[in-house]
Design a protein around this ligand. Structure first.
Ligand SMILES: [Cu+2]
Length: 159
């Protein structure tokens, strides 16, 4: 009996490995059913929260395991009023960013959304978007079914 209680306490304190957390959130039923498996896979999805009124940005690695090109055309999450495709540009120390209509993911290739480059821009963040949370993000494509993945919400330093 004592051992059982100890184990339960240990489990509730220990951070879950990423795959276990994914499996558990996957059972939550928030994911829409998909008919065919996506040729695309998403890794390292996270959202960077910045202090004050600075907008939050989402980053990830998108891999196309299929032979045909897929085109990312949009993103959506209940944690933001709107989630936009953006690209940062550094010109002579001046950082700017612009809207992007779509991003091609070549067959057998991958695209990186990372600080200083492509990113998802969260407009009108909701209370669900808080440090330590994990929120579902759905990406829409031309040439592939939509893909939903959990994004970890982290602080400015990425921790
Ligand atoms: Cu942006």
């Amino acid at each position: 009996m004592r051992n059982k209680i100890f184990l339960a306490a240990l489990l509730s304190l220990a951070p879950l490995p990423a795959f276990a957390a994914d499996a558990m959130t996957g059972m939550g039923g928030a994911m829409p059913p998909t008919n065919k498996p996506s040729p695309l896979s998403l890794g390292d999805g996270w959202i960077r929260l910045l202090p004050g009124n600075l907008p939050a940005a989402g980053y990830f690695t998108l891999r196309n395991n299929g032979a045909a090109k897929a085109t990312l055309t949009g993103a959506d999450t209940p944690a933001c009023g709107m989630l936009m495709l953006h690209k940062s540009d550094d010109k002579g120390g001046m950082s700017s960013m612009e809207d992007v209509k779509s991003v091609d993911v070549p067959g057998g290739g991958q695209v990186q959304f990372s600080p200083g480059g492509y990113h998802l821009m969260c407009m009108d963040p909701k209370p669900a978007l808080k440090l330590g949370a994990s929120v579902p993000v759905t990406l829409s494509f031309r040439g592939a079914p939509p893909l939903t993945a959990r994004f970890d919400v982290r602080g400015a330093t990425g921790k």
